[in-house]
Design a protein. Structure first.
Length: 242
């Protein structure tokens, strides 16, 4: 029952994040106006806002103008619910699952915004960082988070000076702090390495002139993968060092 409640909570958070994803990059309020169809602007009824189920019941179309509803809505809601569910299975603690599940949910929203707009709102990244500082021992998490933020800031300064252009955004530094706070030093570096490898593969596949590859989705994937499989990754690291 606890796990089911955590998943339902994740669905609700996913519904809220859909609003944030669409409105925050446009500097619009996330509360006003109330939920409405982006095509016909007709206000939605409460039963049109039930996470995931309303989209399925309406068959992906507006109840009023019948225009298609973006698949982003069920994707984000279901993805967020799965992140909370995985957190509960991994930790078996409602409090910790809600805490770290919220961090992953915010990273999901930030990844979509970064892919779409190449801009990341502090109103989502900063709460994610503050929540990450509360994972495990807050003092240790805070220390590791600041260490990774400092390292990324130095890396940004050096690479920008060498290449004579900005190569890393401030949001990347905040995400690095989240990684350090949640994973610690060893696993944090492993997560960043995994993120870099995935990003390199994606860059080779895209290989589009002038295309700016969003890095936050890869940092988020590296964090999630390392957090889920931390024990095998630690064994691999120990084997390499030996």
């Amino acid at each position: 029952m606890e796990g089911v409640l955590v998943i339902i909570f994740g669905l609700c958070i996913g519904s809220f994040l859909n609003v944030a994803i669409l409105r925050l990059p446009k500097n619009e309020s996330i509360t006003l106006p109330a939920s409405h169809c982006p095509t016909c602007l007709h206000p939605l009824k409460w039963y049109h806002n039930i996470p995931l189920f309303s989209w399925l019941f309406l068959r992906g179309k507006c109840a009023f103008c019948k225009s298609a509803i973006s698949r982003q809505y069920p994707f984000v809601e279901l993805g967020t619910a799965m992140l909370y569910g995985l957190s509960y299975i991994r930790l078996e603690s409602v409090t910790q699952a809600l805490l770290i599940g919220s961090v992953f949910a915010l990273l999901l929203a930030l990844s979509i915004i970064d892919l779409r707009y190449k801009a990341v709102p502090d109103t989502l990244s900063m709460p994610g960082l503050l929540l990450a500082f509360c994972v495990g021992n807050p003092l240790v998490s805070f220390q590791n988070g600041l260490l990774f933020m400092g390292a990324f800031t130095l890396l940004r300064f050096l690479l920008s000076a060498l290449l004579k252009k900005e190569v890393m955004g401030e949001a990347d530094i905040i995400i690095a702090g989240i990684i350090g706070a949640i994973l610690g030093i060893k696993l944090g570096f492993a997560a960043i390495y995994i993120a870099a490898v995935i990003a390199l593969i994606a860059f080779v596949i895209v290989r589009k002139r002038g295309y700016e590859l969003a890095f936050i989705p890869f940092l988020a994937l590296g964090l999630l993968f390392t957090w889920l499989f931390n024990t095998p990754i630690l064994h691999v690291m120990e084997f390499i060092y030996e």
